[in-house]
Ligand binder design. Structure first.
Ligand code: 13P
Ligand code: SF4
Length: 305
């Protein structure tokens, strides 16, 4: 089967089997082309509550599929590839957070959405990269424990000096690969380009950027800018999407190493197997986990929209 034939079959099968395909923006183009919705983590969470289909296939990583299940407990939720996890989500757990809460009782715990369902059960609010500043700015608490991404936490702290944000060491191994040496090299090679980076980058990299934002934020910024060249400091699939959607502009990766191998595990064949009801992993969560984890996601949607 050619890629085009497989895509046509996926579109036919998803309708036949009443499946909504959600794809994170880090998925490859052949996958995003067959998705009902593609976006950043916040957009995917909002979309999960709207999909009318009985089954949702999440092409992304495990915490994203868990978030869909938490928001739509009566739906069948499939993860495109069983091994697609997020190393950052595994850097913290419920026990660690409960301990921190006991030691700092006046603090509210804010969890990046890149956390497991179990971790979310003991957090107060969830945030995504595109909504963190808005949500934490709207919280009544001044003292905040932010887990698990200390880079995103540092970015939020720089935007909200009125808050007292305690960071916990953690971060995305993919974004941590980009260094100030990469910025220096890219600026020399592309002196007219604007540097757009994700807040998961190291603060030393982020402070050299012309724009800091989520995957959707970066895509929108580049599309609407009058500038014609951009250096992209996030997962390299975004460089491909941008080049495809804006053929008159030029996009360069900040580092060729910025590839999330977990996101790359899903191929079009995995999507085909899942919509054929022969693949994907069904996400199962205890009712109590769903109930408790939902509180901080609901709070995110309440404060973030
Ligand atoms: P956003 O989707 O919020 O931009 O985050 C990127 C990411 O690393 C998802 O795992
Ligand atoms: Fe996790 Fe980083 Fe991959 Fe996003 S890019 S899924 S944060 S490892």
């Amino acid at each position: 089967m050619t890629i085009r034939e497989m895509q046509d079959e996926i579109i036919r099968l998803k309708k036949e089997n009443d499946i909504c395909i959600l794809a994170h923006a880090y998925q490859t183009r052949d996958i995003t082309e067959v998705a009902d919705y593609t976006g950043d983590s916040f957009g995917l969470s909002c979309q999960a509550t709207l999909a009318p289909q009985k089954t949702v296939l999440m092409c992304g990583v495990r915490f994203m599929a868990e978030t869909v299940k938490i928001l739509s407990r009566d739906k069948k939720v499939l993860l495109s590839h069983s091994d697609a996890g997020c190393p950052m989500a595994d850097q913290t757990d419920g026990e660690l957070i409960s301990q921190m809460k006991r030691m700092n009782p006046s603090y509210a715990v804010v969890a990046y959405i890149n956390t497991t369902a179990e971790t979310k059960t003991v957090c107060d609010v969830c945030v995504t990269s595109s909504s963190a500043v808005k949500i934490i700015g709207r919280m009544k608490e001044k003292d905040i424990i932010f887990v698990p991404d200390s880079n995103l936490g540092a970015y939020v702290a720089s935007r909200l000096p009125e808050k007292n944000i305690m960071l916990v060491r953690g971060g995305c191994p993919t974004h941590l690969r980009m260094t100030t040496a990469d910025v220096k090299r890219a600026r020399v090679l592309h002196p007219d380009a604007l540097l757009l980076v994700h807040p998961e980058c190291l603060p030393a990299v982020a402070e050299k950027a012309d724009y800091i934002g989520s995957t959707t934020g970066i895509i929108e910024y580049a599309k609407n800018s009058v500038n014609e060249e951009f250096i992209i400091g996030t997962e390299n699939s975004i460089v491909q999407h941008l080049q495809f959607e804006n053929p008159e502009k030029r996009f360069y990766p900040l580092s060729k190493d910025c590839v999330c191998h977990n996101m790359r595990l899903t191929t079009l064949s995995h999507v085909y197997s899942a919509v054929s009801l022969a693949g994907g992993e069904e996400i199962k969560l205890e009712d109590e986990t769903i109930q408790k984890a939902r509180r901080c996601i609901d709070e995110m949607l309440r404060l973030g929209t």
